[in-house]
Design a protein around this ligand. Sequence first.
Ligand code: MRU
Length: 350
Amino acid sequence: MEYLKDDPVKLNETKDAVVIIDQRKLPQETVHLELKTAEEMYDAIKTLAVRGAPCIGVFAGYCMAVLSKGEKTGNTADFSGIMKEHAKRLNSSRPTAVNLSWALNRQMRVIEDMKDSDAGIISAALFDEAERIHEEDISMCLKISENGLSLLKNGDGILTHCNAGALATTRYGTGLGPLLLGKERGFEFRVYSDETRPLLQGARLTAYELAKAGIDVTVICDNMANLCMSEGKINAVLVGCDRVAANGDTANKIGTSGLAVLAKHHGIPFYVLGPYSSIDKNCRTGKDIKIELREGSEISTMWYDTPLTVEGAKYYNPSFDVTDHSMITAIITDKGILRPPFDDSIGKAV
Ligand code: MRU
């Protein structure tokens, strides 16, 4: 599919900037940004110009490479110290998706393993590693999509939440991967996309991607999922993930856990899709996953000319929630379809 080839993250020709599609502007405008400094990169993650767990990981890999090129110091110890500071700063931008620290740690390992080399040679190795992270993401997404598609039937009604497509990864995506791959193979799905308050990734990004791919998409408000399920419109729920604990508890966009409870009530399979790099065995359960809290203005004023509610009202804006492993039918990864008991299947796969 042609549009999948415009990766949301890549290097510019001179390899001194990371180029992203500014996802804050979609679907109205497709704007590319060239990011050169650590602060520009930090802001891009923080404000969701670049977003989606795997995509943030690919982005972080390239950021480290580009930042290393700008560091002129010939002293390897100084170079390593500066790069550590960049990694720390980028890692502090958003806490929940494990792919960010995973990619930064990969790049820091390259630096540590080459500590006797000069900075220019290490920088070249960081570019190679960033390309590898990117290539791996493309092939993981394809495998996840194949695995997910094997569980679906032509004509299925699918509910999805947030955006776990090509914009959130590179190429097919995770949660949307089976749908995009299926479309290429002649499957026709009916997709219901939760709008996903407060940042509307479902209404803005998922609907955009699916419509571009020619897939039948219906946008619903987040509180309409139960009715759609009870009306028999939904055969499966497909969502992405930001961090999966060793027992299968899964952090994903706020609202995901409620969908899982509803799906269980209606006897509808609830599938989480993500690469093995989203599994964090350092988190024993979901209680160990840090949930990002964001500004209340995303609820009150972001989409309105005047504030939505009365002055003095408070806002609570957690960006993710944790779905209990008991609500999940399967976790679909590039390493296979993991079924309960997840501590066992995750333990064997990763
Ligand atoms: O806050 P976002 O838009 O970065 O949240 C994204 C999600 O919750 C996705 O479902 C998740 O990162 C998986 S993307 C393949």
